[in-house]
Design a binder for this molecule. Structure first.
Ligand code: FAD
Length: 469
């Protein structure tokens, strides 16, 4: 072999820059994936997500084998063991170059930096590509060459650059020369995950590139035109549900943009409002990835707006547990938290509702919610999750203003008008009439509200307004 491709959250063959470029001159490519148990644990990766990784690796292994690229999956207790493993592989297989796609959160960035430096001293060429975003960090800057803190300004600059950039996905990587490759068996791969907490959600979230691209096609065909209207209603299939696939990298954001452009006569920001609104969400995705690079302290448990660190967050474990378990007595919050527990995913409108409820009504530290989300989400992504939590807690860049607090009951009345979503997850409320289901009378089998919404709202606004920016 001549080159190694190090796979991480880019578990696909198509439109994968590191793989595409490594395979270009057909001199033999080896692929490797490290299961780093310490990182999975420290980053609270959800059992559903770990199982999703396992299922993706099984498919990736056979897709790569069809290109004559063997995939080695290696189990490590600690990410510190990556360097000696690479050194061993390089020696055994006479590797000259390492290719990988960049990851931006602080721990991953530093891991990659250390590996690159160690291998370069061993005379290995290291090539890093941008894949996780559509426009790489560092490229969207204001007139003073500073990063944007406000999304709209970031988006305008993003659109200006995207109009002239090549946004088309890459072609399929080239097949490598035939070689006697020993492909790891499915059993051997599955065995590497022994001892890890796994949750099989394959019925809801089948793995793989094929699944991801058929979901994308289906969404473009059936839902994107109404996305701007339907996306706020949790009971409708109004959004793409592609986040788990984007987070694990079985589809790329470029593939998503290309499909959206095709459905919109190549227009990025005019034409069908459903398409342009959806593209706007992909730009939010880029925005938060840029934030973790430009303001790395957000990766160290810090608020983006430093003065908000003085907010007297509470650490009430009984209230927190009621929130996690969907037992707050506020139906829309509880139904949403049960959707998360049962499906490993939550609708975006509800993520904002439950995050605001935790931080603004229960006044619980947003970092506890952020961590809990990561431990349950199949689409857990540090940048998007941290961005979403800091937005809801009013501690983030371009966050919700602290005085604009969602009332979960009115959100429920607006976006789950008939209470159909609530009833899906809360059978105890099945017989409660739609008119009152958002704020139900005492009902057997359903808890009373754990907090007074209007009093807690007033108190939070007063506490925030006392903070000195
Ligand atoms: P669609 O509406 O179809 O959007 C398409 C894609 O755009 C999504 O798949 C996602 O990759 C991206 N996207 C959409 N909205 C956002 C957004 N607000 N911020 C960043 N990217 C976005 N998203 C994650 O992928 N992982 C997370 O861990 C995560 N945690 C969140 C936590 C909170 C508190 C909040 C408020 C939002 C969070 N989001 C997260 C963003 C958003 O809720 C999900 O991306 C979205 O619900 C996924 O559903 P979808 O694929 O149907 O999205």
């Amino acid at each position: 072999f001549y080159r190694i491709v190090w796979f991480r959250n880019d578990l696909r063959v198509h439109d994968n820059p590191a793989l595409f470029h490594a395979a270009e001159d057909q001199q033999g490519v080896l692929a490797v994936y490290f299961i780093c148990r310490d990182m999975l644990q420290n980053h609270c990766v959800a059992p559903a997500r770990i199982d999703f990784i396992r299922r993706h690796l099984l498919l990736l292994k056979s897709d790569l084998a069809a290109l004559n690229i063997p995939l080695l999956v290696i189990n490590l207790d600690s990410a510190l063991e990556i360097i000696p493993h690479f050194q061993q592989l390089i020696k055994t297989h006479h590797i000259e170059e390492l290719f990988f796609n960049a990851e931006y959160p602080w721990d991953e960035f530093n891991r990659d930096k250390q590996v690159s430096e160690a291998l370069r001293t061993d005379a290995v060429k290291v090539k890093r590509f941008h894949d996780r975003v559509i426009i790489p960090p560092g490229m969207i800057r204001n007139g003073k060459d500073e990063p944007y803190k406000v999304f709209t300004a970031f988006k305008n600059n993003w659109l200006k650059q995207a109009r002239v950039l090549q946004l088309q996905p890459l072609k399929k990587p080239k097949r490598q020369p035939e070689q006697p490759i020993v492909v790891m068996s499915d059993k051997a791969l599955n065995d590497l995950f022994k001892g890890l907490d796994l949750r099989d959600l394959s019925a809801l979230w089948p793995a793989g590139e094929k699944e991801a691209s058929s979901r994308l096609k289906q969404f473009i065909k059936q839902h994107i035109a109404d996305y701007h209207v339907d996306r706020d209603f949790p009971d409708l299939e109004g959004t793409s549900q592609l986040s788990p696939y984007l987070a694990i990298g079985s589809i790329s954001p470029r593939q998503c943009i290309a499909a959206a452009l095709q459905a919109n006569q190549g227009e990025l920001d005019s034409g069908n409002p459903g398409v342009t609104t959806w593209i706007g969400e992909l730009i939010w995705r880029d925005f938060y990835q840029h934030v973790v690079v430009d303001f790395p302290y957000v990766c160290k448990f810090k608020a983006m707006q430093k003065h908000t660190e003085a907010f007297p967050w509470r650490y009430d474990h009984t209230l927190f547990k009621a929130w996690c378990d969907g037992e707050t007595g506020i139906p829309i919050v509880d139904a949403a938290m049960l959707q998360l527990k049962k499906t490993g995913w939550m609708h975006n409108r509800l993520r904002m509702v439950v995050a605001m409820f935790l931080t603004k009504n229960l006044q619980i530290d947003w970092r506890m919610g952020e961590r809990y989300f990561m431990s349950e989400l199949i689409d857990g992504d540090f940048a998007a999750n941290n961005g979403g939590w800091q937005w809801s807690a009013s501690t983030g860049t371009d966050a919700a203003p602290y005085f604009r607090i969602f009332n979960p009951v009115s959100q429920s009345q607006r976006f789950d008008v008939e209470g159909a979503f609530i009833k899906t997850y809360l059978p105890a409320l099945a017989k409660v009439p739609s008119k009152v289901i958002h704020n139900p009378p005492p009902t057997p089998g359903y808890p009373l509200p754990i907090v007074n919404l209007s009093l807690s709202r007033k108190e939070t606004i007063a506490l925030f307004s006392a903070l000195k920016p």
